[in-house]
Write a protein that binds this ligand. Structure first.
Ligand SMILES: [Zn+2]
Length: 234
């Protein structure tokens, strides 16, 4: 992840400074035609040019394969960069100074990373519980619903046992209880009594964002009991 603070103004500055024609001409031999440039598309095989750049708008488009976008999209596609990496690359190339992250932003980022690693630890614990003796009932239920054991890993299925402090006890040596509560894994009673696991006697599955990061858990209760399927994030 980038150490720079890539806010909208910074991104606009990098976009402004980046000469899309010069970036694309690294890969494509371009011919000028009025205010547009033309060349053979780098995204598909072709013999006559259907790839054009509108230099004023800073956009490229291919009429053959419909690839298109701005200078960031081009760099991401050609160099396999993610968006922040593309911004950094272009900033370096066109001499834009990027502001370092503020201490507050750095702390937020560390907190996010910590929370993510705690959720992954909890995920491993739920998975272990499912294959333990205590998870036998859940395992049978999964098979009965048409999820053979060979499919569990791809879904990330796990089991939250019927205990009040199973997960808390497994994580509290490494993580303060307040952090576990913020991650949505445990409940801290206002009375000051001992915190307890939010998920009990539930079939667990991870909820991941588009880029694969674990952001929350879904939990489905087995058999009778509460009808709700709570999520660890509202
Ligand atoms: Zn194309």
């Amino acid at each position: 992840m980038t150490d720079f603070d890539l806010g909208p103004e910074v991104i606009a500055r990098v976009r402004e400074a980046s000469d899309v024609v010069s970036v694309i001409s690294d890969q494509v031999r371009l011919k000028r035609r009025g205010r547009t440039w033309e060349g053979l598309c780098p995204f598909h095989e072709e013999k006559t040019p259907s790839f054009t750049i509108d230099a004023e708008k800073g956009l490229y488009h291919c009429f053959g394969c419909h690839a298109g976008g701005d200078v960031f999209n081009f760099v991401m596609a050609q160099q396999n960069f993610n968006f922040p990496e593309a911004v950094e690359y272009l900033a370096r190339r066109f001499g834009v100074d990027l502001p370092a992250r503020s201490p507050g932003a750095q702390k937020r980022r560390r907190d996010e990373e910590r929370q993510r690693s705690i959720l992954e630890e909890a995920q491993r614990w739920f998975v272990d519980q499912l294959s333990s003796a205590g998870g036998a009932e859940a395992a049978r239920e999964l098979e009965r619903r048409g999820f053979p054991k060979s499919s569990w890993a791809s879904f990330g299925f796990g089991w939250a046992p019927d205990e009040w402090r199973g997960l808390v006890e497994s994580l509290r040596a490494r993580h303060p209880e307040g952090v576990l509560a913020n991650a949505g894994l445990i409940v801290q009673p206002e009375s000051g009594k001992s915190p307890y696991d939010r998920f009990r006697k539930r079939l667990m599955f991870p909820i991941r964002s588009g880029d694969g990061r674990l952001v929350a858990f879904g939990g489905r209760i087995l058999g009778g009991g509460e009808p709700k399927s709570p999520n660890s994030q509202a």
